[in-house]
Ligand binder design. Structure first.
Ligand code: FAD
Ligand code: NAP
Length: 872
């Protein structure tokens, strides 16, 4: 029992204890060990009557881990690694429970755990700067710090099937399995659900039951676990250097050491893909299939190749074709609902006494006294097993009536989805921590690795507060909003949000649909948490005798895929272009372009030449599918007037062609320094005139011509519009200027803020200008269109700028100047993007929405309002 009111001071209103931790699973046990060692009086409250958490409650037949036990184990106590030997690759529930019991015994943890006690409410007492917790025993405990180590998957989902309490036979819940042995021999048994718990238990229940009927709403991807003794290779890899092995796990994406794929699934032949999938399938490793190629988690087409591979396996195992087909997942992408590994799951459906009821065809109407009624028939059972899952990630937390500052209820604050900073804390709730809370890698990782990292972070934070004489800590609203945005941004570049999964809260009726964990990976997340600390606990506000302090801000502002690209460039050691000769810079851009995804298919691609201002210019024409004639967009590539060509922007042109439904004509122009200002713009104008004059021959619709350009190509497009206006034609229906160069003033704020670290640097911009134009020429409107005396009567414009681009401010200035001159001009600022984001089709997926807006703008220029048929 907790000894109450025995605080160090004994003063009224003083805490009973420093820290209360809720939960005695992997998280609570380690937290208790760590905090005790650091000298913080700590109590754990646990509703079960012993330690174990998940492994205490989930005692269903077949329960075992799906991350190999060598990995799914504590690293904080190296002695444990030698004194505890796992008997199987994937240990059973009893063995994992014994392990946790052993840890509790070894470190005498039970003496500070109050079992069979549920925390029901927690209220922040701002006056005394402490939490008042109320338990189901009616006790109040006052503590300075309150930590929910209450588990991501600990609160069973409330049953949402009509009549569930009416059944007169035996009812079992996988998540609350009895402690006695359950014998299904000779019985007619139903299992509802086909998630991980069901997939593990079904083959074993089938061995006992006289009849087994599986009620399936959503088929799941599963493959053989290939369980057995711990493999010699795995053990050798661990034993060779356990500390290095653990460190590799911490610095991996999922908390298990592994090689990172470098190749896209759609980049290799079907045979090569298949070979990789076979190898992953045979490995029995849960994470292996997702780790075969880089694009499985993000690209629907790539993911579908895995789905079809696995469906093929199901069809080859299950003999009855109708049952096999019903067991084939078809409504979600692989990995977007947690996949499973099993022992004889699909084989079980070949047994004569096992049948599958496909609830998509024949839904459950009600549970009756005798069994289950579906829409078309009545079933009678002796026992029903509910393997229906959990109110995941937030359920156990908001099940406690938690009230923060100013009486705000956490459940109300989180009604539209959890708002957390780093998955660790939430604003308005001082000194309240969650272990593996929403917005942290948690369930998308080896949980033990993520738990240890959170516990270490929280412990270090408490030490910091003690040393600095600080009483309270709380995240700032700015930091919290920024983190929630980042979590969503990351999810949005993956396929995860497309599934009705518990990751999305979709399994619980009425729960907000928000992607709950952080998909950025354990390594990235860990570095972020460390950076927060190294930047003076960025985004946290402290108060106490040591003084109030807050280093406010947002830890991650660039889009996640932008960050990934920048990291890759740094890792590859790609030299800065402005340190190279022009020749080598051109060669490097060609090499890098060869590695990109190709962009979408278009109807036809034609390479040809047209007469420029001083000789022929190569162009590439992209024709949409479908009967013409089509409007025409003349496109000017980027590359600072020095680099690039038809090939450099090829994926972007394809994308624009599909999105706009127009013919794209990507025209080369003479390059600097060989042909300096105004060669590029003279060529651009010559090309537009020629294309306008030959629109019909090109398959275009006469009179429907727009221009578009990226970067220096945006400069050419803008200048061409001014030249066409001044020359009285050709008529241009609209201009799309994507992160354009509009002025030669390189001192704007965006050059200062974004001049380094975001791909295009201030120094490279200067290099381009130096090659292109003399200082006097740069100020002419033909080089700096923003300086034109008259910007009226120009075509309607869409000007796209990116937040982390040196050119951001001049683009915004041009959009504003056009609008001020009466032009129908729209400015599209892209949050978190960099200069090269828009053309990086299928690489920077977060820019897809902006690409879609460009397509819509082009269609609008041509008077078309139907949306483009493109997925992302
Ligand atoms: P838990 O183990 O869930 O412990 C939380 C404890 O808090 C529970 O005992 C609960 O009773 C207690 N509690 C909650 N609320 C209160 C309250 N208000 N008052 C008092 N006590 C409370 N993860 C992996 O990485 N690999 C795996 O192979 C794996 N297998 C899994 C298998 C199953 C069947 C399940 C359900 C989950 C699995 N997980 C796995 C996820 C697993 O939950 C975590 O790995 C890990 O065990 C979580 O530990 P925890 O201490 O954070 O939470
Ligand atoms: P789950 O994955 O959420 O599966 C629940 C199953 O019940 C789903 O098939 C679901 O169908 C079905 N269901 C829920 N409500 C239903 C209803 N009203 N009518 C019909 N069917 C209904 O839950 P779980 O299997 O317990 O697993 C939860 C998580 O725990 C796993 O994803 C995993 O992270 C962890 N776990 C791991 C292991 C392991 O192998 N180590 C084992 C068990 C659990 P829908 O899909 O249509 O909602």
């Amino acid at each position: 029992m907790v000894t109450r009111n025995e605080s160090a001071t004994g003063a009224p209103g003083a805490p009973d204890i420093d820290v209360v931790v809720v939960g005695a699973g992997f998280a609570g046990l380690y937290l208790l060990y760590r905090l005790r060692g650091l000298g913080f009086p700590t109590k754990v409250i646990e509703s079960a009557d012993d330690v174990g958490g998940t492994w205490y409650w989930n005692r269903y037949p077949g329960a075992r881990c799906d991350i190999e036990s060598i990995d799914y184990s504590y690293s904080f106590d190296p002695e444990l690694e030698t004194e505890w030997q796992w008997s199987e690759r994937y240990a059973t529930q009893p063995e994992i429970l014994r392990y946790l019991g052993h840890v509790a015994d070894k470190h005498a943890l039970r003496r500070d755990i109050e079992f069979s006690t549920r925390v029901e409410a927690a209220r922040w007492d701002g006056g005394a700067s402490l939490w008042r917790l109320r338990t189901d025993r009616g006790d109040e405990i006052r503590c300075r710090f309150y930590v929910m180590a209450s588990g991501c998957l600990s609160l069973p989902k409330a049953l949402d099937i009509e009549g569930a309490d009416r059944f007169a036979g035996e009812a079992y819940y996988t998540s609350r399995w009895p402690h006695r042995s359950v014998d299904f021999s000779g019985k007619r048994v139903a299992v509802i659900g086909t998630g991980s718990s069901a997939i593990q238990s079904i083959p074993i229940i089938a061995q006992q039951a006289a009849e087994l009927t599986v009620f399936q709403r959503t088929p799941n991807f599963s493959r053989p676990a290939k369980n057995g003794p711990v493999s010699a290779a795995k053990k050798a890899a661990f034993d060779a250097n356990p500390r290095a092995y653990r460190e590799a796990a911490r610095m991996s994406g999922a908390g298990v050491p592994r090689e990172v794929p470098m190749v896209r699934a759609l980049q290799v032949s079907a045979a090569e893909r298949l070979a990789k999938y076979e190898e992953a399938y045979e490995s029995g490793d849960l994470l292996a299939l997702s780790g075969t190629f880089t694009d499985i988690g993000a690209n629907p087409e790539a993911n579908e190749t895995v789905c079809e591979f696995l469906r093929g396996k199901i069809r080859s195992i299950v003999r009855d074709p109708e049952t096999a087909e019903a067991l084939c997942p078809k409504n979600h992408f692989y990995g977007t609902k947690r996949p499973c590994i099993d022992t004889n799951y699909f084989e079980t459906f070949n047994l004569p006494h096992v049948r599958l009821v496909d609830l998509r065809k024949d839904p459950i109407r009600t549970i009756t006294e005798k069994g289950i009624d579906t829409a078309s028939r009545s079933f009678e059972f002796d026992a029903i097993v509910f393997a229906t899952g959990f109110d995941a990630m937030t359920g156990a937390i908001v099940a406690v009536d938690i009230e923060g500052r100013d009486g705000v209820a956490l459940a109300r604050k989180w009604a539209d989805g959890p708002k957390q900073y780093l998955g660790l804390m939430t604003s308005g709730f001082p000194n309240f921590f969650t272990i593996t809370g929403p917005g942290s890698p948690s369930v998308l990782s080896n949980m033990v690795v993520s738990i240890e990292q959170h516990v270490d972070w929280v412990s270090a934070c408490l030490v910091h507060m003690r040393e600095q004489h600080l009483t309270t800590i709380e995240p700032t609203p700015t930091a919290e909003v920024g983190w929630v945005q980042h979590v969503n941004d990351f999810a949005d570049i993956t396929l995860f949000p497309r599934a009705n999964s518990w990751y999305m809260g979709a399994n619980v009726p009425g729960k907000a649909r928000v992607f709950l964990p952080y998909v950025g990976g354990v390594d990235r997340y860990r570095k972020t948490c460390a950076e927060v600390v190294s930047r003076g606990y960025l985004g946290f506000a402290f108060d106490g005798p040591g003084g109030a302090r807050c280093s406010d801000g947002v830890i991650r502002r660039v889009q996640p895929d932008v960050a990934i690209v920048l990291e890759a460039i740094e890792e590859l050691g790609v030299p800065a272009l402005d340190t190279l000769s022009v020749e080598n810079a051109r060669a490097l851009t060609v090499v890098m372009a060869a590695e990109r995804p190709p962009g979408p298919q278009v109807g036809e691609v034609v390479d040809a030449a047209l007469p420029g201002a001083a000789g022929p210019l190569a162009y590439r024409l992209y024709r949409p599918t479908g009967a013409g004639p089509h409007p025409i967009v003349v496109y000017f590539h980027g590359g600072g007037w020095v680099l690039g060509g038809r090939d450099s922007d090829d994926p972007f042109c394809r994308d624009l062609c599909v999105r706009s439904g127009a013919i794209l004509v990507s025209v080369d122009s003479r390059h600097a320094p060989e042909s300096r200002f105004p060669a590029a713009v003279d060529d651009g104008f010559a090309a537009v005139r020629w294309i306008a004059a030959h629109a019909e021959a090109l398959g275009g619709r006469p009179g429907q011509l727009a221009v578009c350009g990226w970067s220096a190509g945006g400069n050419i497009a803008a200048v061409v519009c001014q030249l066409a206006r001044d020359a009285g034609g050709p008529r241009i229906a609209g201009q799309v200027l994507v992160t354009p160069v509009t002025d030669c003033d390189l001192t704007r704020e965006s050059y200062v803020a974004n001049g380094e670290g975001y791909g295009l640097t201030a120094s490279l911009t200067r290099w381009f200008w130096d090659h292109y134009a003399d200082p006097a020429d740069r100020r002419r409107p033909k080089a700096s269109p923003l300086r034109a005396a008259d910007l009226s009567n120009l075509p309607p414009a869409l000007v796209v700028t990116c937040e982390f681009d040196p050119l951001r401010d001049e683009g915004a200035a041009y959009a504003a100047a056009l609008a001020a001159a009466g032009v129908d001009a729209r400015h599209l600022p892209c949050r978190g993007q960099m200069h090269t984001s828009l053309p990086s089709v299928d690489v920077i997926r977060s820019a897809a929405a902006a690409r879609a807006e460009i397509g819509t703008a082009l269609r609008r220029f041509f008077g078309v309002s139907t949306p483009a048929a493109i997925e992302s």
